[in-house]
Design a binder for this molecule. Structure first.
Ligand code: PHE
Length: 463
């Protein structure tokens, strides 16, 4: 009797979930993977509670505040459209205060106390890695929207962690693109100085990639040094050592806080070379703290706000309407896309079961995010395009270049020998000069020139 009742209840729940007119299974997904969840399955289907952990305070606070805004916007939209499995998605946000020990504490709390079904976060790779250690053991899927360090998803032996994913590109791609851009972009650099944050896993990974790829990209590293971003604020002694050197670009793997200080102090010492950074430069505080000292510098990033792609522009419009006039930074759009991508995977999984979710995440193909299409590879990383941005007057960021996944670097305009002519991109789109330029609507077109051999293998992942 009881069995009959349970079966009837399960059928009713499945029917309700299936009948929800607002819930479109696989929305935005063009996977060709079939019709989605098996509606006859009796696997648990709801309600879903998502945990979130970001840098909402501390040294990298703009990463977390932007991420949370992107997540809350996505959650509200999803819930307004019927939620997931016929119930609203609930959420629990934790602030890691930009510290990895607090990220670990938050992961334990989300797993053991809040009993969330999956965790979205963090932004900083060091913090995501600290959470991953706990969540992998707890069998709770973790999806980082923005952490790019290669070994986040890997065990020490190089095998892939079962429950850890990300919906962004990785630093082997980013670091190689930086080295390639230094040489082939408008800087036409031959010699570079590398100055990186040695207490930041992300910065170390980019530093190692650039070290390993510079020579094959045609870039000579004439000097390098490191600093501790958690304790150093005066970089003058180290920077002054670079003064007598002949170099074209100061490459700074690190976050916006130190980038602003380094730009200010470099200019004060008379160093005129532009800075080149990675996505960690992306913060409204970069311009706020460095102003004109950072103007003209470049960094690689996940999206260009001046991309005319309607998906990008729709997101920006909605975001501005909701939060006021500011142009969203990359974290906001990455977090928004991550929540939508995870919910899409849940819908395809048809279950809150963690193993079903990670299977669906692994099968993610061409998920249409606002910042571009997401396909998850066998290392649980997203294959996504990368853009290079230049800091313009007033802190406005201008798109300069796009690198497509699988076409890193030497594919760029036919390789190191040919600096990209202004007006072309490696993706075959058209570009306008950096200042005031707008990117092509899509970076999806094939490379203009046949890609040269792939870059040197990325660093083993290291520490
Ligand atoms: N990629 C950086 C990291 O892994 C975090 C980041 C992402 C910062 C996007 C800014 C924008 O640490």
């Amino acid at each position: 009797m009881q069995r009959v009742f349970v079966a009837a209840l399960a059928m009713l729940l499945v029917a309700l979930a299936g009948c929800n007119p607002k819930e479109k299974t696989g929305e935005g997904q063009e996977t060709g993977l079939g019709p989605g969840p098996d509606k006859t399955s009796t696997a648990a289907t709801g309600p879903v509670k998502l945990g979130f952990c970001f840098e909402e305070t501390g040294d990298a606070a703009t990463f977390g505040t932007s991420s949370r805004k992107g997540c809350e916007m996505a959650l509200d939209e999803l819930n307004a459209a019927g939620g997931l499995f016929g119930a609203p998605i609930t959420s629990q946000f934790e602030d890691n205060a930009s510290k990895s020990d607090q990220a670990a504490t938050a992961a334990s709390k989300l797993a053991n106390q809040d009993k969330v079904n999956a965790v979205i976060g963090c932004v900083a790779s060091s913090n995501s890695i600290a959470m991953a250690k706990i969540l992998e053991d707890a069998h709770i899927p973790q999806i980082s929207p923005a952490s790019t360090r290669v070994d986040l998803t890997l065990n020490e032996d190089g095998s892939v962690k079962k429950y850890i994913y990300r919906t962004c590109f990785t630093d082997d791609f980013q670091g190689t693109a930086m080295a390639n851009f230094a040489v082939n972009g408008p800087l036409h650099a031959k010699n570079a100085v590398l100055f990186y944050a040695a207490d930041n896993d992300y910065a170390k990974g980019i530093y190692e990639t650039i070290k390993n790829t510079a020579a094959s990209e045609g870039l000579t590293i004439v000097a390098e040094d490191s600093f501790l971003s958690s304790s150093e604020t005066d970089f003058r002694t180290k920077l002054s050592k670079f003064k007598s050197l002949n170099f074209d670009v100061l490459i700074v793997p690190g976050y916006y806080k130190e980038a602003a200080l380094i730009a200010n102090q470099a200019r004060e010492l008379g160093l005129k070379q532009p800075l080149l950074g990675g996505d960690g430069f992306d913060s409204p505080d970069l311009w706020k703290n460095a102003g004109k000292n950072i103007e003209g510098s470049f960094f690689t990033n996940h999206y260009a706000a001046d991309d005319p792609d309607p998906a990008v522009q729709d997101f920006i419009k909605k975001y501005k309407e909701r939060y006021g006039g500011n142009v969203p930074d990359a974290m906001a759009i990455l977090a928004y896309d991550c929540v939508n991508c995870v919910v899409d995977a849940y819908k395809r999984a048809g279950s809150i079961d963690p193993d079903a979710l990670v299977k669906a995440l692994s099968e993610t193909k061409d998920f249409k995010g606002a910042a571009g299409s997401i396909t998850i590879n066998d290392k649980h990383n997203a294959m996504k395009k990368l853009v290079v941005m230049q800091v313009g007057d007033g802190g406005a960021l201008h798109w300069v270049y796009t690198y497509n996944p699988g076409q890193p670097t030497t594919g760029m305009a036919g390789g190191a020998a040919a600096p990209p002519a202004e007006g072309t991109t490696p993706s075959g789109g058209t570009a306008t000069p950096p200042a005031g330029g707008t990117p092509p609507a899509s970076g999806e077109t094939p490379p203009a020139a046949p890609p040269a051999p792939p870059p040197a293998a990325p660093p083993a992942g290291g520490n």
